[in-house]
Design a protein around this ligand. Structure first.
Ligand code: CTP
Length: 447
């Protein structure tokens, strides 16, 4: 009996897949189809897959061509499978020509002509192209414009920015630079807002009223009343309002939160997060206070993310200590906040004019988590125990600082009509509440 094996993602199963499987089957008597697991796809940079593993397996099964379906979960698995299943022929589409020649050592390798004119990527892109408008300073939108190229189903159409010339030069593909915000809203389906936090409310409200989806840098707004109003508006108009803290969408951070919620280090007693940078001060000597984000807005939401995701929004009290460089007490170069819960404590330390070790430590009754600096864009963390033999290290792929995963989730939320679950509204709201208290000087000591 001649055994043939082939692999693929088979997202949105199409004619090209069908033809490939038919020809692979015809090469022998028994066909094994390896369908890639979600994690494996992400690790190899395929971040846009729409269907779940089960749906994709089901689609392959339904063809009746596969005698056996297996899941491809790790790099190097192909050699293992070929040996384990005693495979005679490895078949794959011609887009991979040459890439699998190394398998010739184990079986015969056949490249089958790829069917022209169809691919999962094209199907995903065609389904619902979200036209995205970027709103804010050129420096803020840069990374998002660049990362959008990796995301299927999304196209940066226009921008409403402070520096039109630089934007056009950096992104020649951009269709238009809008003269007014209203102009931009007319021509897009969604906006990414990275204007100054004091402008967020106005920018978001206008967009929601026009039924445009919004992805906004955190803090979404500066007070809870405004937040409640916007959330209500988003619901009424059936559009997505999503918090853009990129860390929340990265794989390592996400898995960490899941492990901790599952009790990996016992009951969580303390969360300590530090985020600092000196960039604004190095660029110009001193920050331009009108346009620049102060520390609490620039770093506060990221540092508060693990606190509220792990301990919830119901702390008993908090104390804020800030060092300001302006007499009006608006621009903090450093802020420390301590939160006291019934059975836990948390602290965040953030700075734009002060430097510190940017790590994250989460302490529990059975062990602790250590995420090295810069923890907000990490691909790695450790869970450590009293008995160091039980320590575990976790690695996950991180591309584009998490921005491209965030954009993928934004598109998914728009398509499904459901708000993203990565940052729940209670977490966004808790962040906004802290920002509101900061500006009101509540429990704040100036140092
Ligand atoms: N394939 C093919 N003809 C196509 C598309 C895919 O023969 N038009 C083959 C691939 O070469 C591979 C298998 O089908 O052997 C599974 O491919 P997969 O990567 O799942 O499909 P794509 O459509 O190429 O997906 P994507 O656009 O996400 O890369």
């Amino acid at each position: 009996m001649v055994k043939v094996i082939t692999y693929g993602t088979y997202d949105l199963f199409h004619y090209g897949h069908q033809r490939l499987l038919e020809r692979a089957k015809a090469l022998g008597d028994y066909l094994i189809v390896g369908v890639t697991a979600d994690d494996f796809d992400k690790a190899r940079g395929k971040i846009n897959v729409e269907q779940s593993l089960m749906e994709r397996i089901e689609a392959v099964r339904k063809t009746g061509l596969a005698d056996e379906v297996i899941v491809e979960e790790y790099e190097g698995q192909k050699i293992d499978d070929i040996q384990r299943y005693d495979v005679d022929i490895f078949a794959i589409g011609s887009d991979w020509t040459g890439k699998f020649d190394y398998l010739n050592e184990y079986c015969k390798v056949v490249y089958l002509d790829r069917t022209q004119g169809v691919s999962s990527t094209d199907l995903r892109a065609e389904r619902n192209l979200v036209r995205l408008g970027l709103v804010g300073r050129y420096t803020g939108i840069q990374k998002y414009a660049a990362e959008s190229y990796y995301v299927n189903g999304l196209k940066v159409s226009g921008a409403f920015v402070d520096n039109a010339e630089l934007t056009k030069k950096a992104f020649p593909e951009i269709e238009f630079i809008a003269d007014t915000y209203d102009d931009l809203l007319e021509k897009v389906d969604a906006v990414y807002v990275v204007s100054h936090p004091s402008q967020h409310f106005e920018h978001i409200k206008k967009a929601l009223l026009k039924k445009k989806h919004v992805l906004c840098e955190s803090p979404i707004v500066l007070n809870v009343a405004q937040y409640d109003e916007l959330i209500k508006l988003a619901r009424q108009h059936g559009v997505v309002l999503m918090d853009a803290i990129k860390t929340a969408y990265s794989m390592a951070y996400n898995r960490l939160i899941l492990l901790l919620k599952g009790g990996k280090i016992g009951r969580i007693v303390s969360v300590d997060a530090t985020c600092t940078s000196l960039k604004d001060f190095q660029d110009s000597g001193s920050p331009d206070l009108v346009n620049k984000w102060n520390t609490i807005c620039a770093w506060g939401p990221t540092a508060m993310l693990p606190v509220f995701q792990l301990l919830g929004p119901d702390y008993k009290n908090k104390d804020i200590s800030s060092s300001f460089i302006d007499p009006s007490g608006q621009f903090d170069i450093f802020t420390r906040i301590t939160f006291v819960y019934d059975h836990a404590v948390a602290s965040i330390k953030v700075g734009k004019g002060v430097k510190s070790e940017g790590d994250l430590v989460i302490s529990g009754t059975k062990g602790y988590v250590y995420v090295p600096a810069p923890w907000w864009k990490t691909d790695y963390f450790e869970i450590r125990f009293e008995d160091t033999n039980n320590n575990k290290r976790y690695f996950y792929q991180l591309d584009g600082e998490g921005i491209r995963y965030e954009l993928v989730q934004f598109v998914k939320a728009i398509e499904s009509g459901r708000q993203s679950h990565y940052i729940l509204p209670v977490v966004s709201k808790a962040i906004v509440e802290v920002i509101e208290d900061f500006y009101a000087g509540k429990n704040l000591i100036s140092i």
